[in-house]
Design a protein around this ligand. Sequence first.
Ligand code: PMP
Length: 322
Amino acid sequence: IRYAEGKGWYDARVEARAPIPMDPATAVLHYAQEIFEGLKAYHRADGSVGLFRPDANARRFAQSAQRMAMAPLPEDLFVDSVRELVNIDRAWIPTSTEGSLYLRPFQYASEVFLGVRPAREYLFCVIASPVGPYFAGGLKPVSIWVSDDYTRAAPGGTGAAKCGGNYAASLLSQAQAADNGCDQVVYLDAVERKWVDELGGMNVFFVRADGSMFTPELNGSILPGITRDSVITLAREQGRHVEERPVSIDEWRDGARSGEIVETFACGTAAVLTPIGTVRGVDGEFKLGDGGTGPVTAALRETLVGIQFGRVPDPHNWTTTL
Ligand code: PMP
């Protein structure tokens, strides 16, 4: 779907995937005015095909557009576009356990000019790709590198938007994590360098020995994850106390060492819930529990995946069937 100022959204079409020819002066190539989303379509236990909270992705997409000085796509157009793409051929949705069709809606400045100002023309696209289970051999705890040199987002910046520039800024620290033998990066806040924000592509939760939980509050530099929001709701329904508040790296380290924090997990659309086993940084290393998968992480994951695949009731109507 195209957009032009004064004309609005127009020219919606479905076509075979092909390269998009671009003028070398296309705005997105220079100023990264681009946003995206990630969601999945699943085969459900009752034979239907489902999307998990696509309205939440549509809302966040519109908020990201606003932050990146672009007109928001109407939320129903977002959901209808995804629905139409999936319905072209449902045979592309894997039937393997926890397999799904990953959907990537994105919108970028397609206007051709070199001045620095918001573009007046964009293109919205959705592409799809089948994906297998994230953890083929069962849940595997990941190791996390605490980024000391780099931050992901600063106050007043774009951290709460899902824009490509945030990920460009995180590539070097991802490489640094890999160099230090870690799977993922955890970012600290940009000002005091002590508050835990999130991972490169996931939000983070902490579980205490008494079963209560806490997670960094949405402070403007954290992406408001849809999985995060779902986990908070489910955990509270299970009778757990869940706090959203600042969490320092010292509280995490000291809590893990003293046994007060027994589990930490990351969550996002790709892996749903991922246990964090080891945290490493320039100050040394600590483990969560025995470094394995904790029971609270495993149970919450089971419930959320169960809702997505239609194996357990969905009292919040989070699933949209196609
Ligand atoms: N934080 C970041 C930086 C992310 O890229 C993602 C993935 N979209 C998340 C958190 C988790 O968000 P969600 O649960 O909506 O996938």
